[in-house]
Write a protein that binds this ligand. Structure first.
Ligand code: DNO
Length: 356
């Protein structure tokens, strides 16, 4: 297992790369190019520049999150071909730079959704939260506005303006796309890209829907075990994997996260995992907590044990953290709480491995 840490780049992150290097146990960063519009091919020179910067401080760059999928590919319209060709160019260019895992998602229009990005906690820290009853009273435009207002001047991953331009047009386009159609479009995409991934040694890692249910009536197809099984069967290859996100899947209480890990990691289909904890506040309601079991609703020991027992040898990153110690930065992605998460998770891992 390798522990990696998400970093948004010198111009785009309050967290310094040099500080990430100082977190014990972290060997690399999860990076991306943020100035290439969704759908365009990622240029070699830009990938090389990022890699050199990261390698220059003694960290690896082997995981990309995300190469976003153009909406036309998800919609399955004829113009998808051009965007799939570009996606393939990006895969080849990334593989040439030594990238091993590419994370992506196939969520229509919106990526992950929260209704609050700065919920105050009794200890003086703040965190991200979600409440269905709040979302149900928002229009998509109001949600985008709210996220923009609360994001402290940072662009949140998956909330890039080019992805969300002209919401009404996008919603109209999805009118006739149900879950089956979306799955078919994903299958089409996988059949084009996975053979290339196999050839160049890259593993695709799809992020589950977050939260793991339909929002605004849009189809969502990576919500539970059955969905994941169907997705893996769309193209049966180790290069067609999942980025198992404990928070996204665990939000649905019917999902047994350690069991999902055992099932899919033992088959080598989890190249990348996002580990975080959260606390249920009611039906369709939760807030994100620090990583330890004692702080949230998940059994973090069981999660790490499931990884260990399945022989997990992929990449793990601590997922969102709270904002603590007066830090100001991109919600969910400050330095301190995620670094505490790393040390806690490495501690669990060491204890589990030494006692096994
Ligand atoms: C949020 C992230 C997601 C994730 C994408 C992957 O913090 O977990 O934005 O990066 O869904 O494509």
């Amino acid at each position: 297992m390798k522990i990696v840490f998400r970093w948004f780049g010198d111009d785009n992150d309050n967290v310094k790369l040099e500080y990430i290097r100082q977190i014990p146990g972290v060997t690399g960063v999860v990076g991306a190019l943020y100035d290439v519009p969704v759908g365009e091919a990622w240029p070699r020179e830009k990938i090389e520049a990022l890699k050199n910067r990261v390698n220059g401080v003694g960290l690896e760059l082997e995981v990309i999150e995300s190469v976003n999928v153009h909406e036309y590919i998800k919609l399955g319209v004829p113009s998808r071909e051009r965007y799939i060709d570009n996606y393939i160019k990006s895969i080849r260019n990334l593989a040439d730079a030594g990238i091993k895992v590419i994370c992506y998602n196939f969520m229509p229009i919106f990526d992950w959704v929260r209704t609050s990005l700065n919920m105050p906690l009794p200890d003086g820290s703040n965190t991200m939260a979600y409440d269905d009853s709040v979302l149900n009273h928002l229009t998509p435009d109001e949600l985008v506005h709210r996220i923009g207002e609360e994001s402290q001047g940072f662009t949140l991953p998956g909330w890039q303006p080019d992805r969300l331009a002209d919401l009404k047009k996008l919603f109209d386009a999805y009118k006739d796309v149900d879950e089956n159609a979306l799955r078919e479009n994903l299958g089409y995409f996988l059949h084009r890209i996975i053979p290339v991934c196999e050839e160049v040694g890259v593993k695709m890692s799809i992020h589950p829907d977050d939260p793991s249910w339909s929002l605004f009536g849009l189809p969502r197809i990576v919500k539970n075990e059955e969905d994941i099984e169907r997705l893996l069967n769309l193209y049966d290859s180790p290069a067609n994997g999942i980025a198992l996100c404990t928070g996204s899947l665990g939000i649905n209480r019917k999902n047994d996260v350690p069991a999902l890990i055992k099932r899919f990691a033992s088959r080598g289909r989890i190249p990348f995992i996002h580990v975080r904890n959260l606390k249920f506040d009611g039906e369709g309601q939760f807030h994100e907590t620090s990583h330890p079991t004692s702080e949230g609703s998940f059994d973090m020991f069981a999660i790490m044990k499931a990884l260990y027992d399945s022989g997990f040898d992929g990449y793990l990153r601590p997922d969102h953290g709270r904002m603590i110690w007066g830090e100001e930065g991109r919600p969910g992605y400050g330095l301190y709480d995620r670094a505490l998460g790393v040390t806690y998770l490495t501690g669990l891992w060491e204890a589990i491995s030494r006692m096994s």
